[in-house]
Design a protein around this ligand. Sequence first.
Ligand code: SAM
Length: 180
Amino acid sequence: MADIYIALIHHPVYNKGRKIVASCITGVDLHDIARSALTYGIERYFVVNPMPAQLKFAERIIGCWRKSDSFVHNWTRAEAFKLVELAPDLKSVVKKLKNPILVATSARPQGKIKFPDLRRKLKGLKRPVLLLFGTGWGLAEEALDQVDLVLEPLRGKGSYNHLSVRSAVAIVLDRLLAKV
Ligand SMILES: C[S@@+](CC[C@H](N)C(=O)[O-])C[C@H]1O[C@@H](n2cnc3c(N)ncnc32)[C@H](O)[C@@H]1O
């Protein structure tokens, strides 16, 4: 089984006007995605943001949850925070993981690989796999151009499918890695 990593990308992403921007890190994304990552056996949760002030903001939150008091106060959350790592760009994450297979997610219908196919594929892979999730209005083309695979979008009964990134991470991880 491949080692699975996730990255929350804050740049390059689109804003509402489809301009490429760097979005802000949110506390809930740090907390909730770390907990999903720990639940589903993710090796590391990378939070990718090029802005030093944003990395500092995230460092403060992460630092607080790594103090020994936090393990007494709320050990489940503190355990999850051990998985979080900050990075200035995707390139440095790719370098660190030594040639991972990059898999992007998107609400837009550009995804080619189906969930059951990727789930099956993961079992036989030796290379690490890095799942990418967007912020703002989603991953920009220049990020999607670098990936090996794009997952099919999550869809429900209706036509609306714009999930929060936290919900999308939990559902994607469950579809790919749930014990059945
Ligand atoms: C566009 S961002 C939105 C961030 C926003 N600020 C929020 O509410 O969390 C949401 C990200 O979650 C993932 N996502 C959302 N809806 C999805 C869907 N239907 N299928 C696959 N991935 C989805 C994608 O990675 C997407 O880039």
